[in-house]
Design a protein around this ligand. Structure first.
Ligand SMILES: [Zn+2]
Length: 236
């Protein structure tokens, strides 16, 4: 491994989370992450913390109810208002290699190929942590089943982001090009084009997630997909 580093770089083991990972704002119970990974340095390692070996950070939001029926009624009411207890905020990022600049017919063309990936430290899966007083074993099992099914639904959103990033990065990457009268103008135009591309990608991913939620009713009809389990709290 170490001997594979290019000239002028050295192999270093970097502890997960350092130096790039800042504590996440919504991370209520940050996991202790002690993995290390080797990098050829420079450049600065850009390795996000893959907590629990997943592509996301799981945030459990406590929800306390009077009883199971109260939980079901509350969730139904919230769903009717378009509020869903569980949700996923996928975060795609790209690496942007130095642009290639070519002058032809008095015009400069700047081009690069973006490589997309899911930023695991910024992809947040929110799940409710459901409870009520004096839960029986059957209550706990019902909550566990519903929560597991919800998580499976949310992992579907994460997987969609992973697949989309792979799709964009296939065949040499996501090519972007811009032109300008001068080299600098072409560079500036490319920057703008990349920013616009970022918005297109976010919009497309949003569309895909919306279609998935339409099909699965945010997990309630997850069984409409192969292997899916409906996310529903069935009171014992
Ligand atoms: Zn969903």
């Amino acid at each position: 491994m170490a001997d594979k580093c290019p000239e002028g770089t050295t192999w270093q083991l970097v502890k997960c989370g350092s130096p790039t990972k800042a504590p996440h704002k919504r991370e209520k119970t940050p996991g202790v992450c002690s993995r290390t990974k080797g990098f050829c340095v420079p450049p600065t390692p850009d390795w996000t913390c893959w907590q629990h070996g997943k592509d996301y950070v799981l945030v459990k939001n406590p929800r306390h109810f009077k009883d199971c029926a109260d939980a079901v009624a509350t969730f139904n009411q919230e769903a009717a208002q378009g509020q869903y207890e569980a949700n996923t905020q996928p975060f795609l990022r790209y690496t942007n290699p130095a642009p290639k600049l070519v002058k032809a017919d008095g015009q400069w063309t700047a081009s690069t190929a973006l490589r997309w990936s899911v930023d695991a430290s910024k992809t947040i899966v929110n799940l409710p942590d459901i409870s009520w007083d004096d839960m029986s074993d059957a209550d706990k099992a019902a909550v566990q089943r519903a929560t597991d099914a919800l998580l499976a639904h949310e992992e579907g959103h994460v997987q969609m982001a992973v697949d989309y990033a792979a799709e964009l990065s296939a065949n040499g990457g996501d090519k972007v090009t811009a032109t300008g009268a001068t080299e600098q103008a072409a560079r500036d135009a490319l920057k703008q084009r990349i920013a616009a591309r970022g918005q297109e990608v976010v919009a497309e991913l949003g569309k895909r997630n919306g279609a998935y939620d339409d099909t699965t009713q945010h997990g309630q009809t997850q069984s409409s997909l192969p292997g899916g389990v409906d996310a529903r709290l069935d009171c014992p």
